[in-house]
Design a binder for this molecule. Structure first.
Ligand SMILES: [Fe+2]
Ligand SMILES: [Fe+2]
Length: 356
C-alpha cells in the first residue's frame, strides 16, 4: 500500500530517527525528510510545508508547549506528532493543551503509527483545501464587494446624468412650446403678449387666494400655453376683422381641445393639459368644449377664464380696434358673474383688479 503525503521527522538521535524512518517507509510512505535540529526542521517545514511533522519531544528547549506552536505559526493547519524517546513516558503528561496532534511512545507501535499517518495526511490535505477554499471565498467576496461598489457608483452616476438629461430635455421642451405659444400670440399683432398678460393676472389672483406655490407654477405654465391650440385655426378666421360665421366659430371653439391634444404626450405637463382644455368652460355650463358646470370645472381653469376674458377686453383686437376701458371691462365681468364666471373668483378678481 502507498501513502501519499510528505512527512518531516525531526530527531537528534540518529539511531532513533533511522528506526522510525524505516518503519514509516515500511508503511508505504515515499517522502520522509529528516532533520536533526529544531531550527533546521522549521526551515525545512517553511520550504516544503509537510503534511505531518514528527518531532522528538525532548528537543523542545523552551518547553513542550512552544514546540507545536512554532510550526503552527508557519502553517495553522499543520499536524505535529510528539515522539517520546525511550524512557521518557512521563512526557505524555505535558502534551494535553500544547497543540500536538498525537504522540507515539517508544518502542513505536506500528499500528498506531500507521493510523496516525493515514488519518493525519488525509486530515491535513482536507484542512489545507478548506483553508484555501475559505481564502479564495474571501478573495472572491472582496472582489465582488469591490465590483458592487463600482457598479453602485456607476448606477448613481448614470442616474444623476439621466435626471440631468431629463431636466434638460424637459426645459428644452418647455422652451420650445413656450416659443410656439408666443409665436401664435404674435400671429395677430393685437394679441401679442396675450398669454404672458393672462399669466400675470392669474398669478395675482392665485397669490391672493394663497394657492400653494406648486399649483401657481402649474397655472403659470397653463396660461403660457392656454391658446396653443390656435395653431390649428387659419389666419382667415383668427385675423378676421368682421364678425365670425357660425362655421368659423365652430373652428375657434376647437382650440382648447387641439391645445390639450398637443400637450397630452408631455407627461411632465400632466395638470396643465386639463387646465388648457377647460379654459373656455362657463360656470353655468354654457361654455366649451365639454359644457362643464360649477365645481366640475377645475378651479385653475375658472381663474384663467376670468383673466383671459379681462385681458381680451383690455386689449385691441382685429375686430375691435379700441380696447375697453378698465371700468367697462370690470362691468362686463360683474355682469357675467354667476353665468360665465365663478362669482367667488369674480369677488377676488375685483379685490386685485387695481394691481393688474
Ligand atoms: Fe382660449
Ligand atoms: Fe386666451
Amino acid at each position: 500500500m502507498e501513502i501519499s503525503g510528505k512527512i518531516l521527522l525531526i530527531c537528534d538521535d540518529r539511531i532513533f530517527a533511522a528506526s522510525i524512518e524505516e518503519q514509516i517507509l515500511g508503511l508505504g510512505v515515499h517522502s520522509v525528510f529528516i532533520e536533526s535540529t529544531l531550527q533546521a526542521g522549521l526551515e525545512s517545514f517553511k520550504q516544503s510545508n509537510h503534511d505531518l511533522v514528527f518531532i522528538k519531544q525532548s528537543m523542545a528547549k523552551e518547553g513542550t508547549a512552544s514546540l507545536a506552536k512554532q510550526f503552527k505559526e508557519i502553517d495553522p493547519d499543520c499536524l505535529v506528532v510528539a515522539l517520546l524517546a525511550p524512557g521518557n513516558e512521563k512526557g505524555v503528561k505535558e502534551l494535553p493543551g500544547s497543540g500536538f496532534y498525537d504522540f507515539l511512545n517508544s518502542p513505536i507501535n506500528i499500528d498506531k503509527l500507521k493510523f496516525i499517518i493515514e488519518k493525519g495526511v488525509n486530515l491535513h490535505i482536507l484542512l489545507s483545501a478548506n483553508r484555501k477554499f475559505s481564502l479564495d471565498l474571501k478573495d472572491s467576496n472582496r472582489a465582488l464587494e469591490k465590483q458592487n461598489m463600482l457598479l453602485a457608483r456607476r448606477i448613481e452616476d448614470a442616474s444623476t446624468n439621466l435626471s440631468r438629461l431629463y431636466d434638460d430635455l424637459r426645459s428644452t421642451y418647455m422652451r420650445t412650446i413656450k416659443v410656439l405659444a408666443q409665436a401664435i400670440d404674435a400671429r395677430d399683432h393685437y394679441t401679442h403678449s396675450h398669454s404672458e398678460n393672462v399669466a400675470r393676472y392669474v398669478i395675482e389672483i392665485a397669490n391672493y387666494m394663497k394657492l400653494p406655490p406648486k399649483e401657481i407654477e402649474m397655472l403659470r405654465q397653463a396660461c403660457e400655453l392656454h391658446d396653443l391650440g390656435k395653431i390649428g385655426i387659419g389666419d382667415n378666421i383668427l385675423l378676421k376683422v368682421s364678425a365670425l360665421t357660425e362655421l368659423e366659430w365652430e373652428q375657434v371653439r376647437k382650440h382648447p381641445v387641439i391645445g390639450a391634444k398637443i400637450l397630452e404626450p408631455l407627461t411632465f405637463l400632466n395638470g396643465v393639459v386639463d387646465l388648457v382644455r377647460q379654459h373656455h368652460e362657463h360656470y353655468d355650463g354654457s361654455g366649451y368644449p365639454d359644457g362643464r358646470k360649477g365645481s366640475d370645472i377645475l378651479l385653475g381653469a375658472r381663474i384663467i377664464h376670468i383673466a383671459d376674458a379681462y385681458e381680451a377686453m383690455r386689449s385691441a383686437r382685429s375686430y375691435r380696434k379700441v380696447p375697453l376701458f378698465k371700468e367697462e371691462a370690470i362691468l362686463e365681468i360683474k355682469r357675467n358673474s354667476g353665468t360665465q364666471f365663478d362669482p367667488k373668483i369674480v369677488d377676488i378678481f375685483l379685490k386685485v383688479v387695481d394691481n393688474l
